[in-house]
Write a protein that binds this ligand. Sequence first.
Ligand SMILES: *Cc1c(COP(=O)(O)O)cnc(C)c1O
Length: 413
Amino acid sequence: MISLASATAADSNSVLVDRRREAISSEPETAVATAVERVARPVVSFDQAREIAEQYGTPTLVISRSVLAETYRSMKAALPNVEMFYAAKANSDVAILRTLCLEGSSVDVCSYREMQSAMLAGFKPEQMIHTHPCKTVQNLLDCYNEGLRWFTYDCVGELEKIAAHTPDVNLILRLAASSSSSLINLSAKFGCDPLDAPKLAAEALSRGMSVRCLSFHVGSQCLDPSDFSRMLKKARTAWDGCVAAGAQLEVLDIGGGFPAPYRASVMTIHEYCSALAAALEEHFGDLPIRIIAEPGRGMVAECMTLITKVLGRSVRGGLPWYFIDDGVYGSFSGKLFDHADFELVTENAEYRTRSRCVVAGPTCDSHDVVSIDQELPELEVGELLLVPTMGAYSNASASGFNGLDIARIIEVE
Ligand SMILES: *Cc1c(COP(=O)(O)O)cnc(C)c1O
């Protein structure tokens, strides 16, 4: 992780304005972006990208500290009563964790390795919750021994595991959520039926353990905040049932799901979080409790941009094909694992004739194709492309398949 002294905060702000305009003008005609929409935009200009490529090579992922800090502040401003526990799973790069720690965030981890990264970045165990509903005993013990005290369960089996090894923890009971607008369902695997929550709380109490928190996750890339509203209503019923069963609940954890702009724009942070704040007020406003959230994608996706280079070109089946030096086994892994549809930004796109083409990654696998339906200018070998919104679930799930290096990560102001 290297800081580029040459890129100052003022530079990167003016770059943002420029990039935003460019991102808007290169939107497909169907998506009419307005000034208030949240659109994908690179955190560096092409001039900066060339400088970085010359110095560090490609592919390189660039983290903008100021963009990340700004996202955190916007979320906090729109949800002043909600404590942020950044979901380290989305991107556990220490530079990202360090910025969020300095901004005052807490952190959600699901393994000891994530906990170690968070500590390296400055987080204390008291600022962490562990949200994996089915942990190995080793994972549980390592995190416990390091000082973490908030752990998740969603069934009797996990409860028994925790009771046997670390009975004096604060339990988080995870509820399953159904959401209609989320791209990725995170309740297909975890979370109890909200109707079973009081019974599961009673199971904990009967073992002398304390259930302190209810949690849920509406699903990732949740486009419509009314999904939160519907879930909050069910969570309130579950909450009251657990309290009636004797649980001393004091924290509601509304999970992640906050969306980020890819090729499609999304609601602004302010608009989205304001709707969420109103729903929280409606369903939990009468309770003197702590409310926490675990944004992953919504917090970090926009702060990282990929710089990748065109390695080769050909024409296949009448279509131009371009081969670039990063692909679905690398930073574009989110295309496979996360259904992300990344926008490819080319220099001066608005002044060049564009046509449909295929853009493929550098491995020998035929599935390693990053785009088949974007209209791009005729690209030169050696030309750089910028790919915005690469901060979440990209490097986190990249591999070194084919013996190729995964992208280097650098940080700019
Ligand atoms: C993945 C995950 C998150 C983060 O979700 P996003 O959709 O990226 O905000 C938060 N909490 C839990 C328990 C998760 O598994």
